[in-house]
Design a protein around this ligand. Structure first.
Ligand code: SAM
Length: 292
């Protein structure tokens, strides 16, 4: 077994060898604590039949732990300067392929068909670049990829919003967007001290396990999410006022909105953050005819 890349001394050596300078704009905060990496990998429940998609391998700290436990790892890295470093640090592992691409522009489905056709199970595992955590997660969920789920590190606040329960301050449209597709759970809090350079925010690891079907069945997903976003428009407003202010043409449709709320058994004075995902679905079905 090779010495872990993620130890502080080995990381320092690698960075010095290549004269690597961190780009803050790419969210480059590398992990330097092998125990944290082992725990992340444990939460992903990998086997020799699992294929892993990693976003942002950096110098390979997490990648090598994944390579040791999975059948294959495909890692997307945007920063060209890291490619020769990864070729060096990951040379002991024949089951890793690094793709030089912005994950937000990648055709992940095609990469899965080409590179992960022979695995039985696919997980996304990553220490995400913090400036784009939400777009990356939403892309991977809305692309409807054949993945079991994701175990990813991100800002603590964002993890809390994704895993929030109705009626809490963190519950909002991001919660519904994520929980529509997945069962979400924050599995670990991570201190700033295990990264180099130290980030300005606290971190957490979230596990998102994909539901077989979305949490609720709706006639039109876009409209469902329009209703959700409108309901959280201004947090202090009642659901009635938010829907009137934030649904297109809502101001002229007070009666129809009141009727839809009544039919869905939702008190118009409630606030958006108290509605369950099932109640949002019921409401959006009742509003759909009026607004479509
Ligand atoms: N996995 C490494 C670790 O844990 O030490 C590095 C994680 S670092 C937080 C984020 C990584 O994502 C960096 O290597 C960065 O260059 C890369 N990255 C940033 N934006 C990206 C994007 N849009 N697509 C792919 N990789 C990206």
């Amino acid at each position: 077994m090779y010495k872990d890349i993620a130890t502080p001394t080995r990381t320092k050596e690698i960075l010095a060898k290549y004269g690597f300078s961190f780009k803050k704009s790419l969210g480059q905060n590398f992990l330097i604590e092998p125990n944290i990496l082992h725990r992340i990998v444990d939460f992903a429940q990998l086997s020799e039949r699992t294929g892993v998609i990693e976003i942002g391998p950096g110098i390979g700290a997490l990648t090598e732990q994944l390579a040791r436990r999975a059948k294959k790892v495909v890692a997307f890295e945007i920063d060209q300067r890291l490619l020769p470093i990864l070729a060096d640090t990951l040379s002991p592992y024949s089951n890793v392929s690094v793709i030089h691409q912005d994950i937000l522009k990648a055709d992940v489905q095609q990469v899965i068909s080409e590179q992960l056709a022979d695995v039985e199970d696919i997980m996304v595992v990553a220490n995400l670049p913090y400036y784009v955590t939400t777009p990356i997660i939403m892309k991977l969920l809305t692309d409807r990829l054949p993945i079991r789920g994701m175990v990813v590190m991100l800002q603590k606040e964002v993890a809390e919003r994704m895993a929030a329960k109705p009626g809490t301050k963190d519950y909002g449209s991001l919660t519904i967007a994520v929980q529509y597709y997945t069962h979400a759970e924050t599995v670990m809090h991570v201190p700033r001290t295990v990264f180099v350079p130290k980030p300005n925010v606290d971190s957490a690891v979230i596990r998102l396990l994909k539901r077989e079907q979305p949490a609720v069945a709706v006639s039109n997903e876009d409209f469902f999410f329009t209703v959700v976003r409108a309901s959280f428009g201004q947090r202090r407003k009642t659901i009635l006022n938010n829907l009137m202010s934030h649904l297109p043409g809502g101001k002229q449709k007070k009666d129809e909105i009141e009727k839809a709320l009544q039919a869905a058994h939702i008190d118009p004075k409630r606030r958006g953050e108290t509605l369950t995902i099932a109640e949002f679905a019921l409401l959006s079905e009742r509003l759909y005819d009026t607004f479509s």
